[in-house]
Design a protein around this ligand. Structure first.
Ligand code: NAP
Length: 295
């Protein structure tokens, strides 16, 4: 593949999704220019503007965010600085440069009271500071509306290169014979290499606006954990508990499955099921030998 295009990836050196974007762009024939803290501060829009011009960027991906969902309840200002103020600056700068921006948001903008997949047209009603700050970021971007703006809501990320829910579960399951995991929250697990590849496809389709993008299918945290432990062949029982039995500082939606139809219509591609991504993560990325659960 030789798209010959160039993209700047903010958070592309160390973020769970950012690293996957850097890799996916390369696979799709783009030249990715990842930017981390050591390169420059993303709030330094003069530096970003110069960098985009220097590398002749065709697009910018923003995978920088404040993602500590529970800590955000106590660090509201920090969460809003990264999740609202940074997108606001990026929107203005990308409008000036006339470059498409691909920005990521979250299923936590929903309150979870629905019981069918959330579409981009459903009304957001975040119940956590993190969700509120991410929604504010979306809104500020649509206000500045750089040309070709893509806001991609995604959810429940797992993938190589950085800690994530599945990696945590596998680590615990190695040391314990029993794990309890919340079974009354349902969402859309997403394998970051698939998500990143599909985000690049969406950009290449020329679409703009608000999209939902995750792996296909749905699961509870308990189902995701049980499948991971089973595939890895670990002798650990995964038992269901309720949210009430595992209280967290931030309120999470009970149900936040994302409806992917708008993405499928724009690209003609249906994302792979999360179970396939999980197999790739466990057997290819982590290099674990197939367990009893791998048929
Ligand atoms: N993880 C999920 O399950 C999930 C679910 C739904 C939506 N999302 C969204 O997906 C996007 C990517 O999430 P992620 O899980 O990949 O995030 P992540 O792994 O936490 O990465 C965040 C990135 O932001 C950078 N960053 C944070 N604070 C910074 C600062 N002050 N200055 C410069 N860089 C800073 C981090 O750099 P350092 O490594 O140097 O700190 C890192 O590269 C976010 O928009 C998030 O809201 C994630």
């Amino acid at each position: 593949m030789t798209s010959g295009k160039r993209a700047v990836v903010l958070g592309g050196r160390s973020g769970l999704l950012g690293m996957a974007l850097t890799a996916a762009l390369g696979r799709a024939g783009w030249t990715a220019h990842p930017v981390g803290r050591a390169d420059f501060d993303p709030f330094d829009q003069g530096r970003l503007r110069d960098f985009c011009r220097e590398v002749k960027a065709d697009a910018v991906f923003n995978a920088v965010a404040y993602t500590a969902v529970d800590r955000a309840e106590d660090e509201r200002d920090d969460a809003f600085r990264l999740n609202r103020n940074l997108p606001r600056l990026l929107g203005l700068t990308m409008r000036e440069l006339a470059l498409p921006l691909v920005h990521f948001s979250t299923d936590f903008v929903f309150d979870g009271r629905k019981d069918a997949p959330y579409t981009p047209d459903d009304a957001p009603a975040p119940e956590s500071v993190y969700g509120q700050s991410k929604l504010a970021g979306e809104q500020t971007l649509f206000e500045s509306a750089p040309p070709g703006l893509l806001v991609v809501r995604t959810s429940w990320l797992f993938g190589p290169g950085k800690g994530n829910f599945v990696a945590t579960i596998l680590g615990l399951a190695r040391d314990r014979d029993r794990l309890t995991v919340v079974a009354d929250q349902t969402g859309s697990p997403s394998y970051t290499p698939d998500l990143a590849e599909n985000a690049v496809r969406l950009l290449e389709s020329g679409a703009s606006g608000l999209f939902h993008l995750a792996s296909s299918g749905k699961a509870t945290w308990c189902e995701l954990a049980a499948e991971a432990v089973s595939l890895a062949g670990l002798p650990c029982r995964v038992e269901a508990i309720t949210t009430a039995e595992w209280p967290t500082k931030a309120k999470r939606p009970r149900y936040s499955v994302l409806d992917l139809d708008a993405f499928v219509a724009a690209t003609g591609v249906t994302p792979r099921p999360w179970e396939q991504g999980l197999r790739d993560y466990i057997f290819k990325d982590l290099g674990l030998p197939p367990g009893d659960g791998d048929d």
